[in-house]
Design a protein around this ligand. Structure first.
Ligand SMILES: *[C@@H]1O[C@H](CO)[C@@H](O)[C@H](O)[C@H]1NC(C)=O
Ligand SMILES: *[C@@H]1O[C@H](CO)[C@@H](O)[C@H](O)[C@H]1NC(C)=O
Length: 458
């Protein structure tokens, strides 16, 4: 992981947070385990407003919590949200317009938070993949315009770290927090928590809790990289969290890596009848299939090369690309797989498209990969009506890659059941997005003055 010194890194943010917490006297497990609910606290509810500034659009989430940080409804939802397109990075040269594109989100959020709570309601924006790719000062100029716009227009609580670029490790640890929160796992033994695998466009994240011993014996990483282990306290329980973000192993990045292997010649992962180009991160690749069309066995070999499963491993055990595997303990007995692990199987009909989540096995990805690799581009368009046409040529490539990633990369048993999730039903109530903004909201609320910290990173 490249540490971006120009923005507050997760690490410095956590240190700052710890500092804030240590200076109040309500820190730690002791207070949490002797919690006294005072009558005045009963009435306290808190809101948090989190903007997820992604590559294709920006989405605001408003969360409403009671005094013990249980989610409360806002209207009919537990997660009020609203999206605008395009993303901030589309306004690369006009930072003011980038900032202004968020005004409708800010206004919508301010309308649902009661006015007398505005000054106590944290507002945060996390920019992900899109902004990370911009050249030079463009990203910082946009973030600064957003900070100025927030200061000029918003009555919400804006801390100095409110607007930042967040990296894959941050996404991974906050997603772990959100998913375990929604499932009611926080405060339980680490062996009862679930692990997450998040397949984004540019990177794939894995996070799961490990034993104290494993945490302490984790390999050191070179200077400037994010450590393998993040420590946090949630609901009075200490967790050692293994988190790793594999850059260039996301769904779209992996396509580019795959196409690099065939260097402009026919690629056995591309469906028969498709001739075109693929652009990623400023590079363009010629895309066409062999005369015989796509072939699962050959495409699987390509996927294994993309994963670099044979890279030397200087740790006890590696996943792929020479990355330590975290010891594979009980914290990953149950896996929730998100983002593309949910969307692609949904779009190719592997489960009911209306379901918020579904149980699949890695082998289901292999079965569907074999089937899709046997189709022509035209057949696949009619077979997968939910799949955007621009994604159809890559359906064999993507599914083969996802199977290889789970089984050959992360070492899952092909028959192990995993949950692919977009949303998770919270306390039999309503489904909430399984995404990092909820984790960020929980942390931001926990850090507010007079609030007993439910969770903090160490
Ligand atoms: C914020 O207000 C200042 C001073 O009124 C103004 O110069 C600036 O353009 C404003 N910025 C935004 C983003 O609205
Ligand atoms: C490494 O992997 C092997 C095979 O899965 C396993 O038996 C062994 O316990 C692992 N070692 C460590 C230190 O994780």
């Amino acid at each position: 992981m490249v540490l971006r010194m120009e923005f507050p890194s997760l690490f410095t943010f956590l240190i700052l947070l710890m500092f804030t917490l240590s200076s109040s006297d309500s820190v730690g497990n002791v207070i949490l385990s002797h919690r006294k609910i005072l009558p005045t606290q009963e009435a306290v509810t808190s809101y948090a407003v989190i903007i997820d500034a992604g590559s294709t659009g920006s989405r605001v989430h408003v969360f409403h919590f009671d005094h013990s940080l249980e989610l409360l409804p806002i209207g009919d939802d537990l997660d009020f949200n609203k999206k605008v397109t395009p993303g901030l990075s589309s306004y690369a040269d006009v930072p003011q317009r980038a900032a202004n594109s968020l005004i409708p989100l800010l206004e919508a959020a301010e309308n649902v938070v009661p006015e007398d709570l505005h000054h106590k309601t944290p507002l945060k924006l996390g920019a992900t993949a899109g902004l990370r790719l911009l050249d030079g000062d463009a990203a910082e100029n946009i973030l600064q315009a957003v900070r100025d716009m927030f200061k000029n227009r918003s009555s919400l609580n804006i801390q100095s770290d409110a607007v930042s670029v967040i990296d894959g490790n941050h996404e991974g640890s906050y997603l772990w927090l959100a998913v375990n929160y929604l499932l009611g796992k926080l405060g339980k033994e680490y062996t009862k928590t679930v692990g997450i695998v998040d397949l984004g466009g540019g990177s794939v994240q894995m996070a799961y809790a490990v034993s104290k011993n494993t945490g302490e014996s984790a390999p050191k990483v070179p200077d400037g990289e994010e450590p393998y282990i993040t420590n946090l306290v949630a609901k009075g329980k200490n967790y050692d969290l293994y988190v790793h973000s594999y850059l260039r192993y996301g769904r779209e990045a992996a396509r580019a890596e795959n196409l690099k292997l065939t260097k402009g010649s026919a690629n056995p992962c591309i469906l028969a009848g498709f001739y075109g180009t693929y652009t990623y991160s400023g590079m363009e690749y010629a895309v066409y299939p062999p005369i015989s069309g796509s072939n699962y066995e050959k495409c699987r070999e390509m996927a294994l090369k993309v994963l670099k499963v044979d890279e030397p491993c200087s740790h006890p055990n590696c996943t792929f690309g020479g990355i330590w595997d975290g010891g594979r303990g009980s914290g990953q007995n149950t896996i929730y797989a998100t983002s593309s692990f949910f969307y692609l199987p949904k779009d190719v009909g592997m489960f009911d498209a209306k379901a918020p989540n579904a149980i699949l096995r890695p082998v289901d990805f292999e079965i569907r990969a074999k089937r899709s690799c046997g189709l022509t581009f035209e057949d696949a368009k009619s077979a997968y009506p939910l799949l955007w046409e621009s994604r159809v040529p890559y359906v064999c490539m993507d599914l083969s890659y996802m199977y290889a990633l789970l089984v050959d990369g992360f070492g899952l048993d092909p028959w192990q059941e995993i949950t692919v999730a977009n949303k998770i039903v919270y306390q039999k109530n309503a489904a909430v997005d399984a995404a990092w903004p909820l984790g960020t909201a929980i942390e931001a609320i926990s850090a507010m003055p007079k609030f007993e910290p439910l969770m903090y990173f160490i």
